[in-house]
Design a protein around this ligand. Structure first.
Ligand code: ADP
Ligand code: MG
Length: 445
């Protein structure tokens, strides 16, 4: 068996000598939510994957990364904008583009070999050629000897190797990887990541470009030539960071640490809102990060304590907390919104108010928090003000839900109000009765 089988480029790859593999211009996508309202998931996305590069797309979960990948793979049409693959407009799945999924997406009743052959079968490749090409792909990804195994007999890492073999067997020109390492434990993910990089550097496959979608900052820094940061609501490319380090990267290298810090800074930076329509302004004003008070308190205490003493490198803090970036970003955002921390250059530090907060007793903490809420969180301020204006000091939750539903789905509006209620209760600005659905001012002492 030769690896040459995989070396022959897909015919689609030779169509043109274009430097741009995938090109997106002004791509937008809306989804209709369960309650029938439209939700803008992607808006005005511009993106190019060039020949010879690995690009990482980093964004929070729910920001539309998978949707964008499906559009690039031709699996989902864009509502607006242009999607091109090698200068040809894309109207459906293209031969040269293959995808690897987080969930592996293997057929449990098929063997490794059969799973890998599936795509070839669909292309009408003969039985013998299929077997030969699948074997080459399986060997290339380090699964030789497991051709006859069923997915349930494999570890997570091996299952994802099958997922990758299934993509490689199509001799893709472009590989799209959607959180392909996220479901694996850290070590397995790292090993597989390195194997992919080795494969890429060895040029044993005709792959000309890889797009990795991830929410793992380290993964992006270790693998990519270029990191794009994706914003949420709506999703669009917000920042770009070039990585001009040789591919043999280790987390111990100071350049790598500096880059990780830079990406953290960008990820936690407040987006500069170019869109100033009313909806967008309200969106900015009323959308709150979903962070619980206990999480905020926990993180503040860790930050205030040894060894950080008020200032920490974000990745170190995450490590100490044993939490993922996905868990922590809403907490950072909340603390910054309230004015208790400041974030710059990948570091988080207590503001002077944050320091006072950490030294205060519970009653004074609540007082400070409440004051900051009124100043910095328009939704909380609006609830508080409306209650003050009301003679009875009570209002049903519905008017606030209606306000939020002008730009959020019913489900999201409910969540947002829950966050505002939790924060407001803690800051003793208002209370909420879950039985009656009434918001009210706290009882005067
Ligand atoms: P990510 O991959 O960044 O986590 P997704 O692209 O999966 O984000 O989803 C972005 C948003 O679009 C989510 O709020 C999700 O619920 C919504 N969404 C995704 N696919 C659909 C669909 N087919 N119908 C309705 N909403 C969808
Ligand atoms: Mg996704």
């Amino acid at each position: 068996m030769t690896q040459d089988t995989l070396l022959e480029a897909n015919p689609a790859a030779d169509l043109t000598k274009s430097k741009s593999l995938i090109h997106l211009k002004g791509v937008s996508k809306n989804f209709r939510t369960a309650d029938g309202s439209e939700r803008v998931v992607l808006e005005g996305v511009d993106f190019t994957l060039k020949d010879g590069e690995i690009v990482a797309l980093l964004g929070k979960s729910g920001s539309g990364k998978s949707t964008l990948l499906r559009i690039m793979a031709g699996l989902l049409p864009a509502d607006k904008g242009i999607v091109k693959y090698r200068d040809q407009q894309l109207f459906g799945p293209a031969r040269g583009i293959a995808m690897v999924f987080q969930s592996f997406a293997l057929f449990p009743w098929l063997t490794v070999q059969q799973n890998v052959e599936l795509g070839l079968e669909a292309q009408g490749v003969s039985k013998e050629a299929r077997a030969e090409q699948a074997e080459a792909a399986i060997e290339m990804i380090g699964l030789a000897g497991f051709e006859g195994a069923l997915p349930r007999e494999l570890s997570g890492g091996m299952k994802q190797r099958v997922g990758i073999a299934r993509a490689l067997v199509m001799k893709p020109d472009v590989l799209l990887m959607d959180e392909a390492f996220s479901a694996l434990d850290v070590l397995t993910g790292e090993t597989l990541r390195n194997d992919m990089l080795e494969l890429w550097e060895s040029k044993k496959t005709p792959m000309k470009g890889i797009l990795i979608v991830s929410h793992n900052i380290e993964e992006a820094v270790m693998m990519a030539d270029r990191i794009l940061i994706f914003s949420s609501d709506p999703g669009r490319v917000r920042a770009e960071i070039k990585v001009s380090l040789p591919r043999e990267r280790s987390e111990e290298m100071p350049e790598v640490r500096a880059l990780i810090d830079e990406v953290y800074t960008q990820m936690t930076a407040t987006p500069v809102e170019v869109d100033t329509t009313e909806t967008s302004a309200q969106n900015q004003a009323y959308r709150l990060p979903e962070a619980e008070i206990s999480q905020m308190e926990g993180l503040l205490e860790m930050l205030a304590d040894e060894p950080f003493n008020g200032r920490a490198d974000l990745p170190k803090l995450a490590e100490e907390a044993g939490l993922s970036d996905d868990d922590l970003f809403p907490v950072y955002e909340a603390l910054r919104l309230i004015g208790l921390v400041h974030i710059e250059h990948g570091d988080i530090h207590l503001t002077s108010l944050g320091q006072r907060y950490c030294q205060a007793d519970q009653a004074f903490r609540k007082h400070l928090f409440g004051q900051q809420l009124l100043q910095n969180v328009p939704l909380a301020a609006r609830i508080h003000h409306s209650l003050k204006m009301e003679k009875s000091g009570e209002i049903r939750k519905e008017p606030f839900l209606n306000l939020l539903e002008e730009f959020l789905s019913a489900e999201e509006a409910k969540q947002m109000l829950e966050v505002a209620v939790e924060w407001g209760r803690y800051g003793e600005m208002y209370e909420y009765n879950y039985h009656t659905g009434m918001l009210k001012l706290p009882d005067a002492e």
